[in-house]
Design a protein around this ligand. Structure first.
Ligand code: ADP
Length: 428
């Protein structure tokens, strides 16, 4: 069975074609700058060098058409015809309270994605656009949805999901904490348990997805018990590229009352002008933050310090929430690549049993290696694990189609097996 995974972001489309069972990636690709000038598609067939083409993609529809064009192309394609693709698995950010695990997409699911766009206005509409376009090209094939909220929203206890505001707002508007980036946290925590040679039900892990968007999840015995993002993808938790993370909610109210900001302007500041960009005044890319801080730029240094201090606080608080931890995992663009962030985030945490090996930490770089970066004596293991959300989507879709899918407490993923070979190695 050949499964296409599609991940439609606000200005990007990430895709992969998988041969199942066996989780063999046939091709992967990334389309950047959808809806903007200077678009790029990078298409990689397993075992070959990436092909890069400049092309503009005015809409997500154009981007999805390009995905099928490249997958069936005479020289760069991996299938002769679209009909050879058996199913499509779509990533959707917000499933609300209704959808707490991957599902086959039907009319009710489409309606739920539309309804939940109120809670994820930057994400769900793009996800839905991708689904509609792919369904037009593959009308008779099953399409599945895997949700970013599902892993945490399903399993976090009430004490972690409820805000201490009048209960009627939960009842009337569904205002509660959901948690995000669950596909990534599911993958890296199950991999970490496998690398430790333990069943995931036996270990407590702090999982750090640090990229442009960042989250930390407390995963106890394989299940999330707390998550740093709550209701929205912005106003709680870690410092992100342009999003603020933890914030006193009276600050935007103050700015609206005293600086004359409208609600839309306040939202724009919190989502797009805050985070390391807001603190540094110039940079989103953490490589530039590190370079500028090293060169003596005090605002860049402040941004780095605030971001890493926030991560450190969450490691500490989630260790307390779980009554102790066995591992810390770093993943995503910053987590997989930045030894500086990892070292600063773990600084002073020896009292928790966390000790980083500087040489191993510096050596862990790029999307090509799972690495343990703690010292031999460290009571808590520290891992760098390249995330693989698409693999989770493909495995879920295959299991749904074969009618053997189950919630993560009962479903065992192939990447939990000790002999599992990660996708980056299978790509050749
Ligand atoms: P997204 O949330 O958009 O998926 P990614 O997980 O791709 O984000 O992470 C993107 C971030 O990773 C960028 O801000 C980039 O600065 C950071 N990054 C990539 N390589 C490095 C590196 N070597 N050192 C520090 N940060 C890095």
């Amino acid at each position: 069975m050949k499964i296409l995974t599609l991940n439609c972001g606000s200005s990007s489309v990430k895709y992969g074609l998988w041969e199942m069972p066996g989780e063999q990636p046939l091709a992967q690709g990334l389309i950047e700058r959808v809806g903007l000038a200077d678009g790029i598609i990078t298409h990689t067939v397993t075992g070959r060098d990436p092909v890069r083409r400049d092309r503009n993609f005015p809409t997500h529809g154009h981007a999805i058409e390009a995905v099928f064009e490249f997958l069936t192309d005479e020289s760069h394609g991996v299938v002769g015809d679209v009909g050879e693709i058996d199913a499509a698995a779509h990533r959707v950010v917000h499933g609300g309270e209704q959808y707490t695990h991957s599902v086959l997409i039907d009319d009710d699911v489409i309606t739920a994605i539309e309804d939940n766009a109120l809670l994820a206005p930057l994400h769900n509409p793009n996800n839905l656009a991708g689904i509609h376009h792919a369904m037009t090209i593959m009308p008779d094939k099953p399409h599945t949805a895997s949700w970013d909220t599902a892993f945490s929203a399903a399993f976090m206890p009430d004490r972690a999901t409820m805000y201490a505001i009048p209960y009627e707002y939960y009842e009337r508007f569904g205002i509660r904490r959901f948690g995000y980036q669950g596909l990534s946290h599911l993958y890296v925590t199950r991999r970490a348990a496998a690398l430790m040679g333990e069943p995931s039900s036996d270990v407590n892990i702090v999982s750090l997805h640090i990229g442009n968007g960042s989250t930390v999840t407390a995963v106890a015995g394989g299940m999330p018990v707390d998550q740093s993002l709550g209701f929205s993808t912005c106003g709680e938790g870690l410092v992100m590229g342009t999003r603020c993370g933890d914030l006193d909610p009276t600050i935007p109210l103050f700015l609206m009352k005293h600086a004359g900001l409208s609600a839309d302007e306040a939202e724009d500041i919190l989502y797009r002008k805050s985070g390391v960009l807001g603190l540094s005044g110039r940079f989103v890319d953490r490589r530039e933050i590190i370079d500028a801080a090293t060169a003596g730029d005090t605002r860049a240094e402040l941004a780095l310090e605030v971001e890493c201090y926030r991560i450190r606080k969450y490691i500490g608080s989630y260790s307390a929430a779980m009554g102790g931890i066995d591992a810390v995992v770093f993943t995503a663009g910053v987590g997989e690549n930045s030894a500086v962030h990892r070292a600063k985030a773990c600084e002073g945490l020896e009292f928790l049993g966390i000790e980083i090996d500087d040489d191993k930490n510096r050596a862990a770089f790029g999307r090509t290696a799972e690495a343990e970066i703690s010292t031999a004596d460290s009571r808590v293991k520290v891992f760098v694990i390249p995330t693989d959300e698409e693999l989770v989507m493909a495995v879920d879709a295959e299991a749904i189609i074969e009618d053997r899918y189950d919630i993560p407490t009962r479903f065992r993923y192939t990447f939990e097996e000790s002999g599992f070979v990660p996708t980056y190695l299978r790509m050749g």
